[in-house]
Unconditional design. Structure first.
Length: 97
């Protein structure tokens, strides 16, 4: 089964990525720009069960549209500040009350 999809939106908030230990590893502050990408899901179904799933997506296209890549020096600074805020926020959540 093939499922072509469209994902579109406006980048209005900080997008945070996490490492394998659930710690913030990257942060992309809001740009206010719109994006639209067309990922395609490829699924293999057997006996009514989803057996395999593949996803084709355009990560570079998605990064170019809101201005994440190539980043300007100003945006790199904003990314570093946003990552610092995300890490501090995460640390505050883990402190005992």
């Amino acid at each position: 089964m093939v499922l072509p999809t469209t994902m579109s939106g406006r980048h209005t908030g900080t997008f945070v990525t996490y490492d394998e230990n659930a710690r913030p590893s990257g942060a992309f502050p809001a740009t206010g720009k719109t994006f639209s990408v067309t990922p395609t899901h490829w699924c293999r179904i057997a006996d009514g069960w989803l057996i395999e799933h593949w996803l084709n997506r355009d990560d570079l296209g998605q990064a170019l549209q809101p201005g994440w890549a190539p980043p300007t020096p100003r945006y790199v600074l904003r990314m570093r500040l946003a990552l610092r805020r995300a890490r501090r926020s995460r640390a505050d959540m883990n402190e005992p009350s």
